[in-house]
Each structure stands twice: as structure tokens, then as C-alpha cells.
Design a protein around this ligand. Structure first.
Ligand code: GLY
Length: 405
């Protein structure tokens, strides 16, 4: 297995936890992922070959070429570049290249990454961080392609256009549902794009916007027990909190599982990027909260909401588990004495996912993991594979490997 040496200094991203034997659960999962992702690529290419017109933008939409999930009727849900999840499939292909060193994966990653290029100018979404950082960000880290660097910088510039200094946050969704300035916890995940751009350009505006967003979110999104609300709506002039709501969780006061995971991952990443102790403290407090939820199942794969009313008869959300595992591996490298505890927790998640949640090889259009939940209150993507569950699974496996070197 040829190893790829990341071009950027991402030492902290994949820092070593030290001292443990490499296990082959990582190899085993990457071998399966190779088979599944080849199936996914073949499936997409067959669909496009059968309908070449689908590659032509129609009615203002863009070609639907990125696998996102499986519809209720069993068909593959393909999305275009403007969907918030479009970066995850190319990102998974980049992780395949990172692990295997096989140029086949590089070529496929480049091919799918290129289809996202226009999103660098997309002013309509905060998710440009997910879209561009997972595709172009990983691509630049692994290849140093200067064209990728330019896309990252432009995308960060576009994202900062959604920052309002009165609020101190980047706007997540344009006003809707009576919200004036909604900011969702998920938005913490878009800050890595800004930190990348700050490093690449030396432009401190990117850094300041990211820190402001993280600080304001820390102040307003979290309850006293460090669980997080999903949506905080702000007054765009005074910056005052107007509403504390949910959109994808069970209730405003409940703890939507993926939201907790985004918070954990977001503050871990911000500590890696800034070295500010307050972010490490926040990540550790969130980890502690997640770990102590009474409704956390024994196998550590959360129900879709920790307060869902019919637990244990509620769907699990594997995507929340993979995001948590990836964050915990990283946190284990950044913290002091709690490192082994976080790593053991992440290891358990990976072992249980491998034992009980993998899609059988050759099925499910090439998705890796079953049993995620996208948006249960909208009855959308309930108990299905999701491309971001797979992306963070591969990332977690890479981080595990680096921990055990
Ligand atoms: N960012 C949207 C979600 O987590 O579903």
C-alpha cells in the first residue's frame, strides 16, 4: 500500500495518538469501501450514459451526478453540485486515494471534484464549506494542485459574504419559517474552509470571521449541560437571540444526535486550527455530555435524537456516529489525559459499525453504511445510507490508522 504524504502541513489533523498496534479493521473497511465505491462510480456512469442529457444543465439546475442516499422507493438519489452534500462523494474518493495511493482513485476524485467548481461562487448557502472543503480541500491537501487552492480561497471569500458583524455569525439559511437570521449548529463545520483559506492567503479576515462565529455559537447555542440547540435565530441588527428552535430534531429542547456531533467535531477542529484552550474545553464538555446521555445505546450508535419519544423503537443515525468517531480520534490527539478514553470510545463505534451496520458488498448502490437519518420530522431519508455517513467513516478510519502508527 503506497502512502500519500499530504502536501499541506496538516500535522494536527492526522496527529499520532501513539503507542498502539495497527489493526486490520482499517484495511478491511478500506478493501470493502474500494469495492463499494467502484460500484457507486459504475452505477452513476451507467445512469449518465443512459441519459447523456442529464449532464446538461436544465432549467437552472445542474447535472445530478453525486450519490446522496436511497429513496423510499429503492432508487438511487443523485444530487447536483448545489446540494449541500455534493462534496462528500468526491471527498470519499480522495480518502480512498489517501489510503491506497492508487491513481485510479485520484483520477476519479479529480473527475467528481471538477463537477463542483461552480459552487465556489454560490452565495446562497453556508454549506459551501462542506461542499468545497471536502472535495477541493482534500484534493489540495493531497496533491497541491494550485487550481484547487484558488477555488478554496474564492469559496472562503464567498462564504464570508454571509457574515454579519452585528450577529457575529455566518448566516446559515436565508430567512424562512419566521426566522430572521437563522444559524444552525451544523454551520460550525463550514469554518474549516475559512481556516484553510486564512492559512493559504495570510488574510486574517477569514480567521476572524471563523473565530467570531465559533465564539458566538459557543455563547448562544449551548445549554448549561453542553447539549446544543439546532437553530438559533438572531435579530440581524441587534444580534439578540430571538428564537431557540429545532428543524431536524424531535423538539426545540431536545438533543438532535447529529447536531451534537457537529458541535463536537466543530470545536475540536477549531482547537486544532487556533490552539485556543476555550475550544478544547468546549469540545471536551460536549464529548462528556454525549457520553452521558441516558439514551445512548450500548453499541454507541445514537438514536436520531437523544430525546426521541419512542426509544428504543426509534431509528439510529449512523451518520451521527461516524462524525463523532472521527471527531473523537482527533480530540484524542489534542487533549491530555483523556486521550485514551476518547480513542477507546471511537474504536468501539468503528468496531460496532463494522460488525453490524455495513451494507453487504455489491448492494445499496455502493454506499458503505446502512441506517442513517437525514430529516425525520420531514419524513426524509429515514433509515437509509447517506453519503456523509460514509465520508466521515473513511475519515475516522484514516484518523484511527494515524493514531496507531
Ligand atoms: N447540515 C444538515 C444536516 O446535518 O442534516
Amino acid at each position: 500500500m503506497k502512502k500519500i504524504i499530504p502536501v499541506l502541513c496538516a500535522a494536527a489533523l492526522f496527529a499520532s495518538c501513539g503507542g498502539e498496534q495497527k489493526t486490520d479493521i482499517v484495511q478491511q473497511n478500506f478493501d470493502s469501501a474500494a469495492a463499494q465505491l467502484k460500484l457507486a462510480i459504475h452505477t452513476v456512469d451507467s445512469i449518465v450514459a443512459a441519459r447523456p442529457d442529464s449532464l446538461v444543465a436544465a432549467q437552472g439546475d445542474y447535472p445530478k451526478v453525486f450519490p446522496r442516499s436511497i429513496r423510499k422507493n429503492g432508487s438511487l438519489f443523485l444530487i447536483s453540485s448545489k446540494d449541500w452534500t455534493s462534496g462528500f462523494f468526491p471527498g470519499s474518493l480522495w480518502y480512498m486515494y489517501e489510503y491506497t495511493g492508487d491513481t485510479l482513485w485520484k483520477k476519479e476524485a479529480e473527475r467528481f471534484t471538477a463537477l463542483l467548481e461552480r459552487e465556489q461562487f454560490n452565495t446562497k448557502t453556508h454549506d459551501i464549506g462542506f461542499m468545497i472543503n471536502d472535495s477541493y480541500g482534500n484534493g489540495y491537501r493531497l496533491t497541491g494542485n494550485p487550481a484547487y487552492k484558488n477555488v478554496i480561497i474564492q469559496a472562503a471569500q464567498t462564504l464570508t459574504g454571509r457574515f454579519n458583524p452585528n450577529v457575529g455569525c455566518i448566516l446559515s439559511w436565508n430567512p424562512r419559517r419566521g426566522w430572521q437570521y437563522p444559524v444552525i449548529i451544523d454551520n460550525m463545520m463550514n469554518l474549516e474552509l475559512l481556516m484553510n483559506a486564512a492559512r493559504l492567503t495570510g488574510n486574517s479576515t477569514f480567521f476572524r470571521v471563523a473565530v467570531s462565529h465559533a465564539d458566538t455559537t459557543m455563547k448562544n447555542h449551548f445549554r448549561s449541560d453542553y447539549s446544543t440547540y439546532h437553530v438559533i435565530d438572531y435579530d440581524s441588527l441587534s444580534g439578540k437571540v430571538l428564537h431557540r428552535n429545532t428543524h431536524q430534531g424531535y423538539a426545540d429542547a431536545s438533543s438532535w444526535a447529529r447536531g451534537q456531533a457537529w458541535g463536537l467535531y466543530g470545536y475540536t477542529a477549531m482547537y486544532r486550527e487556533t490552539g485556543y484552550p476555550r475550544y478544547l474545553e468546549q469540545a471536551e464538555k460536549i464529548a462528556e455530555r454525549i457520553h452521558t446521555f441516558a439514551n445512548m445505546p450500548e453499541d454507541l450508535i445514537p438514536y436520531w435524537d437523544f430525546d426521541a419519544p419512542n426509544i428504543p423503537n426509534e431509528p439510529r443515525d449512523v451518520s451521527a456516529a461516524t462524525i463523532m468517531a472521527s471527531a473523537l480520534y482527533e480530540l484524542s490527539t489534542l487533549t491530555g489525559t483523556k486521550g485514551p478514553q476518547y480513542k477507546a470510545w471511537a474504536d468501539q463505534i468503528i468496531e460496532n459499525l463494522t460488525a453490524n451496520y455495513l451494507a453487504p458488498l455489491g448492494t445499496n448502490y455502493g454506499f458503505l453504511l446502512l441506517h442513517s437519518v437525514g430529516n425525520l420530522p420531514s419524513d426524509s431519508e429515514v433509515d437509509t445510507p447517506l453519503n456523509y455517513a460514509d465520508y466521515y467513516f473513511l475519515e475516522a478510519l484514516l484518523r484511527k490508522q494515524n493514531c496507531e502508527k
